[in-house]
Ligand binder design. Structure first.
Ligand code: ATP
Length: 235
């Protein structure tokens, strides 16, 4: 039987000098599953995403991604593993402002040989993959050469999604990526993101306060349901 994409067991994490923020007995995300994760501000959602990428390590327990325990890897190997297998869409998109749309989308392929190979295999070349993704996400081809700081918010979001998806990482993590959009654009963007994740066979872990989006996902979960360290008002 295939193991889940993500498996957490007995995870405990506290920021230095603070009480325990996360105490998660178990959590799994299946291959190809889309999960909506909600929780109030400060409840630890972004911290959990950092643990899933191995950006932080837990004091207790294990995080396994693709059956690899992240704490068993050296820091450099962990960084490589993260970029090979995970695409991120951040709330502020975190595009590099002085790079073009194309250069931003292709960044993961510079850091990950695996993603460069997969992009080439699927679309003939990395440039071909970039063009195809941006077309699927509804971005006009003439924008490819434009600097990222000359894009609208909606365009930046599409570029951030293409960057997360290029080279077919098994996991796409999105941290509040729709909060800057109106309700119609939010749902339209999500449908594009779902379609691209499905085409790539990727799982999607989507963090948001916006409960109205939850029914669009395979599964919806509140962090307080997982986290024994949650304060009562977070439930
Ligand atoms: N780098 C850090 N160093 C120390 N404490 C931190 C750090 N990052 C987050 N925290 C603390 O951890 C707690 C949870 O923060 P986190 O950003 O994970 O919450 P969140 O649920 O993502 O919040 P939001 O919805 O506002 O983004 C907060 O009390 C925060 O102050």
């Amino acid at each position: 039987m295939t193991r889940p994409l993500i498996e957490l067991a007995d995870l405990g994490f506290a920021w230095p000098g603070q009480t325990e923020l996360l105490d998660i007995p178990s959590f799994t995300l299946q291959h190809g599953e889309s999960l909506f994760l909600k929780g109030p501000s400060g409840s630890g959602k972004t911290t959990l995403l950092g643990l899933l990428g191995g950006v932080q390590l837990a004091q207790r327990g294990t995080v396994r991604l693709l059956d690899q325990a992240l704490d068993a890897l050296s820091p450099a190997a962990r960084d490589r593993f993260r970029v090979d297998h995970t695409g991120y869409i951040f709330q502020q998109f975190n595009l590099l402002p002085f790079l073009s749309v194309r250069e931003n989308v292709e960044l993961p392929c510079r850091f990950s040989r695996l993603r460069a190979q997969r992009a080439g295999q699927r679309h003939g070349s990395i440039d071909g993959a970039t063009a195809a993704l941006l077309e699927h996400l509804g971005l006009a081809p003439e924008l490819l050469g434009r600097r990222a700081d000359q894009l609208s918010i909606g365009q930046q979001q599409r570029v951030a999604a293409a960057r997360a998806l290029i080279g077919q990482p098994e996991l796409v993590i999105a941290d509040e990526p729709t909060s800057a959009l109106d309700a119609d654009s939010r749902e339209a963007f999500l449908q594009l993101l779902f379609a691209e994740c499905r085409a790539a066979g990727a799982s999607l872990l989507f963090v948001s306060h916006d409960q109205s989006l939850a029914p669009l996902f395979d599964r919806s979960l509140s962090l307080a349901e997982l986290n024994r360290a949650a304060r009562p008002q977070e439930a």
